[in-house]
Design a protein around this ligand. Structure first.
Ligand code: NI
Length: 169
């Protein structure tokens, strides 16, 4: 689904049951889509499902030199608590905003909580790139796309201006 589709602008619904075949199916579809598009994150509304599920995964990818890998993390009903007001800016891309990049300020440090698809609790304190991806994906669950977060909306750039190395989620 790409920007302009109203499905990307809805506030997604909470998942009401974990450990179900339906949830496993959604997770498989999300994972396949994210990996096929070489993304570092994805959220269920991006494949047309109004559900509060996100995935983050940063492999040992030459695309992101100097970035610490993030193991595959699937979060159902995620909740963010910001840990400080410090922000930094970096270029982001989005699987739902093809061909574009934008300079986006994000909070540096946060805690995120939720459940994995088997119902186990997730509770992590993260910063930097990992925190950036989580904010990008949680925004998708609230109908927010990264261009909404840019401090200078005229700063959208063509993907072709960049080498590989800008995260897409
Ligand atoms: Ni995105």
């Amino acid at each position: 689904m790409t920007m302009g589709d109203p499905g990307l602008r809805r506030v997604a619904d909470p998942v009401t049951q974990v450990r179900t075949p339906a949830l496993e199916g959604v997770v498989t579809d999300l994972l396949d889509t994210m990996r096929a598009l070489d993304g570092v994150g994805i959220a269920a509304p991006q494949i047309g499902l109004s559900l509060r599920i996100l995935i983050v995964e940063v492999g040992n990818n030459p695309r992101y030199p100097g970035v610490a890998p993030v193991p595959l993390t699937i979060v159902v009903n995620p909740m963010i608590t910001l840990l400080g007001w410090e922000t930094d800016e970096a270029y982001e891309g989005c699987l739902s905003v093809p061909g574009q990049r934008g300079l986006v300020p994000r909070f540096r440090r946060l805690r995120y909580e939720g459940f994995d698809p088997s119902g186990a609790r997730i509770d992590r304190v993260v910063e930097g790139f990992h925190a950036r991806i989580v904010q990008h994906e949680v925004d998708h669950l609230d109908g927010v796309l990264y261009p909404d977060r840019m401090s200078d909306p005229s700063g959208l750039r063509a993907e072709s201006d960049f080498g590989r190395g800008t995260p897409e989620g």
